[in-house]
Write a protein of this length. Structure first.
Length: 174
């Protein structure tokens, strides 16, 4: 496959950020479809996985144990993903490391019906970086070739000068 610098010798490490309660099936599907192509990393629900309520500890663990070493974070954007503080923290950590960022709009994603063009409701930090040109956004697909192209496109799109990570991290779920 050519375009966007795709190299069949590279097995990218892909971190998946998503709302565990609502979108687990999409994460499982992604993992199943692409496990042979990518090294898939997920947080397995941070608070339970880390057995802590300490926000500073969880924030550091996100960066060091989950985001560090990945090539890209894929954010699965479902109905309530934009409300989740850990998704925001994962995007924040991704941007701190200058890793690529790809948003995938799931079929369950709500739209903002207040103003045309009725955009999907995305995590605010993801939207900031789509708008700046740093992050890439696509509609949901299970087509392996398309996902591969989109991941490589997101990786080649990233430019540190375009990162918008100015928002305060969410302190609670909305």
């Amino acid at each position: 496959m050519t375009g966007y610098g795709f190299n069949q010798g590279i097995r990218r490490k892909v971190f998946i950020s998503y709302h565990h309660k609502n979108d687990q099936r999409y994460c499982d599907e992604f993992r199943q479809l692409f496990a042979g192509m990518y090294n898939i990393l997920t947080d397995n629900s941070l608070q339970r996985a880390l057995n802590s309520d300490n926000a500073a500890y969880i924030d550091r663990a996100v960066r060091e144990n989950y985001i560090h070493g990945s090539s890209i974070t894929v954010v699965l954007c479902g109905a309530e993903t934009y409300k989740r503080k850990f998704v925001d923290w994962e995007i924040y950590a991704t941007l701190l490391y200058d890793h690529a960022l790809l948003g995938i709009v799931l079929p369950t994603c709500e739209r903002d019906w207040t103003t045309a063009p009725y955009l999907p409701k995305l995590p605010a930090r993801l939207r900031d970086n789509v708008n700046s040109g740093y992050a890439h956004l696509i509609s949901y697909t299970t087509n392996p070739q398309q996902i591969t192209v989109e991941i490589e496109k997101a990786i080649t799109m990233k430019r540190s000068s375009l990162i918008n990570n100015k928002r305060s991290q969410m302190s609670r779920n909305l």
